[in-house]
Design a protein around this ligand. Structure first.
Ligand code: NAP
Length: 311
C-alpha cells in the first residue's frame, strides 16, 4: 500500500510522515511546491506518477485571522483544493482521508456538552466556512472518504499557543507583577499532533488489512476539554515544574483575543470522540502527556515569535 500525503510540510503532514517513516510504511510526502491541490493538472500528474492506494489531505489554508481578509485564498485551498483532490482520487477509485476542524461549529452548545459528528454546523469565521465547504465537497466528490475533525493542535516543533505562552511568561519574569491576559470564554480540546498522526496511522493500517473503512466523518481530539484559561494554567504549571519558568505569572481572565487572534472563534468547540473510539478503538489524545513532552523539549534557543494565529 502506498500512501500519498499532501501538505506534507505542515504540522500534521510532518508528524504523520515521521510516524510512517518510523513504522517503515510506504509513503509519498508532497509539500505545497510538489503538489498544489488547487492545480488539477498537477494532481492528475502526481496520481498517475505515484498511483497511491490512499490519499491523506493535510494541505490547507490554516491562518484563521488572515483568512478573514483573504477569503478567496482560504476558499481556494480549503474548498476548491479539497474538492479537486477528492474528485481526482474518486476518478481512480482511491479513497481519501481529509482533515477538518472544530471551527465548523458555532460553539453555542452549553459548556457541559460536546459536539458529535452529526450536530448542525454553523461556522462563524471565514476559515471555518471554507473548511466546511471543503468537507461538503469531499463528501460529494468521493464516497470513499474519511473526514477527521480535530482541534487545538500542538507539538514541540511548530509555533503554537503553548509555546507563545511560555515565551511570554519567560519574558515577563523580571516584572514585579507579571500578568498575562487569557481568554476565559473559549472552551475546547487541546490535541497532541503526534496522537492525531497515530490515529491516522491506525486508520491506514485498518484500511491495509480490510481493504475498506467505515467511511464518513469522525472527531478526534484531546481530553479533557478545558477553557483557554485552564489550558494556559496547565501549560505554565507544567513549564514551572520542569524549570522553564521560576514563578507563575498572574493569569487574568479576559474575553478579548490576546494570544489567539481576532477572527471569531467558537465559545465551546469541544469534540465528542466516542464514534472513532467505538468503531476503531482509537483513544482520545491525552494532552497532558503531549504537554509534558513539549515542555521538556522547549529550549531558549528555540523560542518562537508571537506571530502564529493558526487554529
Ligand atoms: N493546527 C490546528 O490547530 C488545527 C486544528 C483543527 C484542524 N486543523 C486542520 O488540520 C489540517 C492540517 O493542519 P496543520 O496544522 O498541519 O496546518 P499547517 O501546519 O498550516 O500545514 C498546512 C500545509 O498545507 C500547505 N498548503 C497550503 N495550501 C496548499 C495548496 N494549495 N496545496 C498544497 N499544499 C498547501 C501549506 O504549505 P505552505 O505553508 O507552503 O502554504 C502547509 O504546509 C488542516 O486541514 C487544518 O484545517 C488544524
Amino acid at each position: 500500500m502506498t500512501i500519498l500525503i499532501s501538505g506534507a510540510n505542515g504540522k500534521v503532514g510532518t508528524a504523520l510522515t515521521a510516524q510512517l517513516k518510523s513504522r517503515k510504511l510506504a509513503y509519498i510526502a508532497l509539500d505545497h511546491a510538489q503538489l498544489d491541490i488547487t492545480n488539477s493538472a498537477a494532481i492528475k500528474q502526481r496520481l498517475h506518477e505515484y498511483r497511491p492506494s490512499i490519499i491523506i489531505n493535510t494541505a490547507a489554508f490554516t491562518q484563521v485571522d488572515i483568512a478573514e481578509q483573504q477569503q478567496e485564498e482560504a476558499y481556494r485551498a480549503n474548498a476548491l483544493g479539497a474538492e479537486l483532490l477528492a474528485q481526482a482520487a474518486a476518478n481512480q477509485q482511491i479513497p481519501i482521508i481529509h482533515l477538518s476542524t472544530d471551527y465548523v461549529f458555532s460553539g453555542d452548545k452549553p459548556l457541559a456538552q460536546s459536539y458529535v459528528e452529526d450536530d448542525a454546523t454553523e461556522p462563524a469565521s471565514v476559515y471555518g466556512k471554507s473548511k466546511l465547504a471543503g468537507e461538503q465537497a469531499v463528501r460529494n466528490a468521493n464516497a470513499h472518504h474519511i473526514i477527521i475533525r480535530t482541534a487545538w493542535l500542538f507539538d514541540e516543533h511548530s509555533d503554537n499557543f503553548a509555546k507563545k505562552l511560555i515565551t511570554a511568561a519567560k519574558q515577563q519574569l523580571d516584572l514585579p507583577n507579571p500578568t498575562l491576559r487569557i481568554a476565559a470564554n473559549q472552551y475546547g480540546c487541546p490535541t497532541d499532533t503526534s496522537d492525531l498522526a497515530s490515529a491516522i496511522v491506525h486508520l491506514l493500517q485498518t484500511y491495509a488489512s480490510k481493504a475498506t473503512l467505515p467511511w464518513g466523518t469522525y472527531h478526534y481530539a484531546g481530553e479533557p476539554a478545558i477553557s483557554r484559561l485552564e489550558w494556559a494554567q496547565e501549560i505554565l504549571t507544567t513549564a514551572q515544574t520542569h524549570g522553564l519558568i521560576t514563578r507563575l505569572p498572574i493569569l487574568a481572565p479576559t474575553t478579548d483575543t490576546y494570544y489567539i487572534g481576532s477572527a471569531p472563534r467558537p465559545a465551546n468547540s469541544a469534540l465528542n470522540c466516542t464514534k472513532i473510539q467505538q468503531l476503531f478503538g482509537i483513544e482520545p489524545s491525552q494532552w497532558r502527556n503531549g504537554l509534558r513532552h513539549l515542555v521538556q523539549t522547549f529550549s531558549t534557543d528555540n523560542e518562537i515569535s508571537c506571530s502564529d494565529k493558526s487554529s
